[in-house]
Design a protein around this ligand. Structure first.
Ligand code: ADP
Length: 198
């Protein structure tokens, strides 16, 4: 089955685009959702995180203190690597398992924010779809949506691929630099293209 890897910087509009494909009946696998599920209470990955980062990384109820974890790995390359080593192989396996499930859909979309950065999805996805927008807009959207400060948002953007790097790797591009309604047409054109390719 044709598998499309959907990627883009933080706040570029990946989730928004994924929802539009979902509304056309296309199954979406979202690695952020999988990462959340894998770190729920009782999951082996959460226990590994607790032993790697200390029990302080858990809240009183045993759930993951996500803001604290984010802070711990933010400016610490070693810690980030440690977390990635726990999560990335598991996420990849979970994606493969989801893709192996029987579906009538002619193609599927896998949302991977760090698709190009991790390089771990070669052999799983057939095409790279990049959601692109100017960095200033990306920043505005992130600040409007979340509790991140501008400095934090900029720092995250700095760890991700640049627009140019992403566009260079893209098989298909959705430009999200205007109102959301402008996405509908682009998504339906790509939908037609993917149905043909599938
Ligand atoms: P990502 O999944 O890439 O981080 P989202 O799809 O969550 O990005 O979009 C980030 C935020 O910006 C969300 O709050 C979303 O509703 C908003 N957004 C996305 N595209 C547009 C747009 N074209 N115009 C206005 N707001 C947008």
């Amino acid at each position: 089955m044709l598998v499309i890897g959907l990627t883009g910087g933080i706040g570029s509009g990946k989730s928004t685009v994924a929802e539009l494909f979902a509304s056309l009946g296309i199954a979406i696998t979202d690695t952020d959702v999988i990462a959340h599920q894998l770190t729920a209470v009782g999951q082996p990955a959460l226990e590994e995180i607790a032993s790697a980062f200390g029990k302080e990384i858990l809240q009183k109820d045993g759930s993951l203190n996500r803001p604290l974890l984010r802070k711990s790995v933010f400016a610490d390359v070693e810690a980030k690597k440690k977390l990635e080593n726990i999560l990335h192989p598991r996420i990849r396996e979970a994606v493969k398992a989801e893709l192996a499930e029987a579906t009538k859909a002619p193609y599927r979309i896998v949302v991977v924010p760090l698709l190009l950065e991790t390089g771990a999805y070669e052999g799983i996805i057939n095409r790279v779809l990049v959601v692109d927008c100017p960095e200033q807009q990306q920043l505005q959207r992130v600040l409007a949506r979340s509790s991140l400060t501008e400095a934090e948002a900029r720092a995250i953007m700095a760890t991700q691929s640049s627009r140019e790097q992403r566009l260079h790797r893209a098989d298909d591009v959705i430009t999200n630099d205007a109102e959301q309604e402008k996405l509908n047409h682009q998504v339906s054109e790509l939908h037609k293209k993917y149905l043909t390719l599938a």
